[in-house]
Design a protein. Structure first.
Length: 255
């Protein structure tokens, strides 16, 4: 059972805990969550980030010579109050750094730096401390700061992460860049596309609109807790589809 710290009943309403499959990031059941910090018969749990933002340092993408602590120092230099944040060592050796989101938070970009992902808002979640990574390592808290004590995300960070507004009417059918694709996908509720045919049609439209948008589409698709561990298979499916027009499904389908 994950060791997410138990909170008062008043604080529990701030978070939803998702039971995950043992040694996995995948939810144990569809569309079920608990307003509790403990789950029975489940080794792993996830924390939904409805009002939270997590900076996820990915060790697989750290540049040569850059350590996790070096990445943390970079965040400090950017004015992020890292030392006041709840911090968790992930099973892969990276870090989750928690901040709270303002109620008026804009839509955010999915990445702060090439090796630091941003997970935030409705539908997003991270694996909770105490859970076991598929490699057998444990997610471990690095300090005693509770999630409810997470400081607010600085306005400077919010400005860096805010997605520029784009009027879809200004995008004609044809190719768009990956940044615009991320903006378009960010406006869509991923859980609405759990029907395979509907999801596939969207993928084909995105493939035609932005042949280089694999990362953005995979990131959006795996934002659905049901498919969070399907990144590799989604990427393979993306590559199997030709960017050329197929069955009349083009960029225009996105709008």
């Amino acid at each position: 059972m994950a060791d997410v710290p138990k909170q008062s009943s008043q604080q529990q309403t701030s978070f939803v805990i998702i039971p995950l499959k043992d040694r996995s990031k995948e939810p144990a059941c569809r569309f079920k969550a608990k307003n509790s910090f403990f789950t029975d018969n489940c080794e792993n749990t996830g924390v939904r980030l409805d009002r939270m933002l997590v900076l996820d340092i990915d060790t697989n993408r750290l540049p040569e010579g850059v350590t996790v602590e070096g990445a943390v120092n970079t965040l400090r230099e950017m004015g992020i109050p890292v030392d006041s944040c709840p911090r968790v060592r992930t099973g892969s050796g990276g870090e989750h750094i928690y901040l709270s989101l303002p109620y008026s938070a804009p839509k955010l970009q999915a990445r702060l730096l090439p090796y630091i992902d941003v997970k935030a808002g409705r539908g997003a979640y991270v694996v909770a401390p105490g859970s076991i990574h598929p490699n057998g390592n444990k997610y471990e808290r690095l300090n005693g700061i509770r999630l409810v004590q997470a400081p607010a995300a600085p306005q400077s960070l919010m400005r860096m992460l805010e997605r520029p507004a784009v009027d879809s009417r200004e995008i004609s059918p044809g190719l768009i860049d990956s940044e615009k694709l991320a903006i378009v996908l960010g406006a869509l509720d991923v859980t609405v596309f759990q029907d395979h045919d509907r999801w596939l049609e969207l993928m084909m439209a995105c493939r035609h609109a932005c042949p280089d948008g694999e990362l953005e589409f995979v990131h959006w698709s795996t934002g659905d807790p049901v498919y969070c561990d399907h990144g590799e298979s989604i990427a393979e499916r993306w590559r199997s589809i030709s960017p050329s027009v197929d069955g009349g499904i083009t960029t225009a389908t996105l709008y």
